[in-house]
Design a protein around this ligand. Structure first.
Ligand SMILES: NC(=O)c1ccc[n+]([C@@H]2O[C@H](COP(=O)([O-])OP(=O)(O)OC[C@H]3O[C@@H](n4cnc5c(N)ncnc54)[C@H](OP(=O)(O)O)[C@@H]3O)[C@@H](O)[C@H]2O)c1
Length: 288
């Protein structure tokens, strides 16, 4: 029997994870910021909680013994995640365990190398610095409060209803494949399964990469998607042209290249990927 499940930031991933626990008859609570989002949670049987994590009020949850999944993103600015810090300090009761979704951006640019969890963090973009801060905040809080914490560093999440089709339709360019950095992805349902396994089995303080282990480039991803969707492949630019034409946000991704190893999740948690690569994962999105 699972303890009560709290999903803080119950959006795309949260709702897929909720299904897994609901199927096992668990009590699942989902916290979101808006009443419109809360309404969407009710149909599948998630108990909605509406609360703005940026407000000064404590979160409306008593989490004694519960398993807490924290999926809300950090704020949009700065290099800290006060949203997570405020949530943890405002908690009523002591959760059984807390799992946090971070990003692989905390490793910074690795020049295309394979990266495991032992690699020192080197966040470069502010958004990655906020994630590294969140990981630190969670670990400190867990130690001070005697609560087990787990971190998953997630690669790009894709799945049904979460594919960049609009960008393809707009015909926006990407960097040509020969110069494009390595990027990594994970299908949302594999990420949900990894969340479930890590919550149930991971040792306290553990960190895992969450990626399918078959890195390619963003251009490869878009090309495959275009082919499956019957849309034109995106036009391509050299890296030099891209620096002048692509947004600063997109270029910050283009300056970082790494290949994420998922071996730790496979060997320690027994993770088996249902979608071990884009071939399987994208095909399943179109069948869905
Ligand atoms: N997308 C990717 O490729 C990727 C890669 C690595 C990591 N991640 C991270 O993985 C996590 C889960 O991703 P996702 O795709 O499931 O995200 P999502 O669909 O955007 O869901 C985020 C959830 O957080 C809630 N939230 C945001 N700000 C809040 C606030 N101030 N107070 C209360 N709730 C708030 C949202 O509620 P409302 O709907 O009411 O706003 C929503 O339910 C996120 O932290 C994301 O940044 C994503």
């Amino acid at each position: 029997m699972n303890p009560p499940i709290y999903i803080i930031g119950c959006g795309y991933l949260g709702q897929r994870l909720a299904r897994v626990y609901l199927a096992a008859d668990a009590e699942v609570y989902g916290l979101v910021s808006s009443p419109e989002s809360a309404q969407r949670l009710e149909a599948p049987g998630i108990r909605p909680l509406v609360h703005d994590l940026d407000s000064d009020d404590p979160p409306p949850v008593v989490v004694n013994g519960a398993w807490v999944f924290y999926f809300a993103p950090p704020p949009r600015h700065g290099v800290q995640d006060q949203r997570l810090a405020g949530f943890l300090e405002g908690l009523q009761g002591r959760p059984g365990r807390v799992l946090y979704i971070s990003t692989t951006g905390v490793y910074g640019d690795c020049d295309g190398a394979w990266v495991d969890e032992g690699r020192p963090l080197n966040p470069q973009a502010d958004r990655a610095k906020r994630r590294a801060d969140a990981e630190r905040v969670l670990a400190d809080w867990g130690r001070r409060n005697g609560v087990d914490t787990v971190v998953l560093r997630a690669a790009g999440i894709y799945g049904p209803g979460r594919l960049p089709l609009e960008r393809l339709r707009q015909g926006l360019p990407l960097v040509r494949e020969e110069e494009a950095p390595f990027t990594n992805r994970i299908h949302v349902d594999d990420l949900a399964e990894l969340c479930r396994l890590a919550m149930a089995k991971a040792p306290a303080g553990a960190v895992y990469n969450a990626a399918d282990g078959r890195p390619s480039s963003m251009t490869d991803y878009f090309n495959r998607l275009a082919d499956l969707a019957g849309l034109a492949r995106p036009p391509v630019l050299s890296l030099e042209q891209a620096a002048a034409e692509l947004s600063a946000g997109m270029m910050s991704y283009m300056r970082e290249s790494r290949r994420l190893s998922n071996q730790k999740a496979v060997t320690e948690l027994g993770m088996r990927f249902r979608y071990p690569g884009l071939t399987e994962g994208l095909a399943a999105c179109f069948e869905a």
